[in-house]
Write a protein of this length. Sequence first.
Length: 556
Amino acid sequence: MYVDSCKTGKYTRYLLRDSYRNNGKVKHHTVANLSSCSAQEIRAIQLALKHKEQLASLLSAGATAVPIGGAVELQQGLSVGAVWVVYQMARQLGIAEALGQSREGQLALWQVIARVIDQGSRLSAVRLAGGHAACDILGLEEPFNEEHLYRNLDWLEGQHARIEKQLYQGLYPSGKQPELFLYDVTSTYLEGVHNEWAAFGYNRDGKKGKMQIIVGLLCDQQGRPLAIEVFAGNTRDPATVASQIRKLAERFGGGEVTFVGDRGMLKSQQVEDLLTHGLHYITAITKPQIEALLSQKLLTMSLFDQVLAEVQTDDGVRYIVRRNPLRADELRGSRESKLGRVRTEAQRQTEYLAKHPRAGVGVALRKVRAKAEQLKIIEWVQIAEKDRQFTVGVLSETLAEASKLDGCYVLKTDLTAEQCAKEVVHARYKDLARVEWAFRTSKTVELEMRQVYLRLAERTSAHALVVMLAYRIVQELADRWGTVNLTVAEALQELTTLCATEVRIKGQASCNHIPQPRPTLQQLFDLAQVRVPPALPCKGITVATRKPLPSRRKKR
């Protein structure tokens, strides 16, 4: 549709016309005669036709008319760029659908989005919503505060199993079962002592005196998280495997799949449980187990000289044998460094005895030996004293025996050579690094599972689920933004600068007009396969914490 004008002498004719094709010929249809309209009205109609798509978006966002002039007020709106991208990713990955369209589902989705954009507590998630168009984009009709988000964790934990199953079915529709599952555990230390899962145990974070929780993560062979579970902080790694086996057999359908776990994870009982449920396994054995196989002549040291060797026993168990020369060099360098530290301590004690004639040699000797024991090299070092001087030597035979397995590792599986070649078994075990990367991202780098800020067991488990869903989004964004010289966190920070312009029309509902993103932001949208709408509804909902932040500050 367009305005057609024709000037004859002093008279100008204006027609509102439409074009169409009839039998291949262009025809024109006159809709209305605009000749009686003023020049200003003609110009307004031309502008309206030129920008009809944008005007239609504004009207659909809540306005019933868009007058021009003093009746329109423009105001800077909330940030929309980062929230819109993460929200669209949640929809594309099926996370939004799994959480549902209820108010609780929308609040849970906001917890996931807030975890991706800016980590922190439920309180910080509420403050984040105050500066981002959370309610407008998610469709929330009422404001919320931190108490609503805490109670939302209770609802989320009640839906935990259903959400994981629905997301799994979205990744693997009926008949497309994954062939391999990766599983690993980590610990997350706690600052407090009141969490119901909190207990003292083997702390992988090196935080002495801190209670912790244990988190188990189950992924597919691409490293995409499928299920997460929280355990008490003193739970041993093998004890976490039973629940994962039940998930594979009951929730995810089981079948001819392979469970990959790290050494120490799959003990004899766990292997038996896997075989009982018809599952296969790939794991590594410990150094004492390797030494036992060597003493039984099932393995020989010459096998480690090959690039990749394998041995199959009569009971159907295969052992994949390899030596990593880089790891062997690392261990050799570590031993030399420890030996140097013991010699430095010996020299220091020698100098002390020389300066203090009345000092006892026995005390100094105990200090040197204590350093060697601390560094766990006492078995192959020889500490001697003569004339109040210490020397540190090496027991060559003992050192050779202790270092013979440097860089050596052995994988164990029940898969036959026809089912899986030794090279494939080795490659699948190395895929566990993807779970370790998921833990690295989820615990500290971008998603900050800690601090937990929770006490109840159910809410702690729901918090872990929120982190898992957020990691899935970060993982997908990292893939799509792989060609951009920005981390996911940096890219999202850039997107937060895209703010809406709130269009307020006198006597009518307001709406959010989204300006054209600058080229760098448009590239992020394009790579993420997200289209930016020209306008969004403006609900005018104000989100604030239950207790104002100024009241929490200490007065000087």
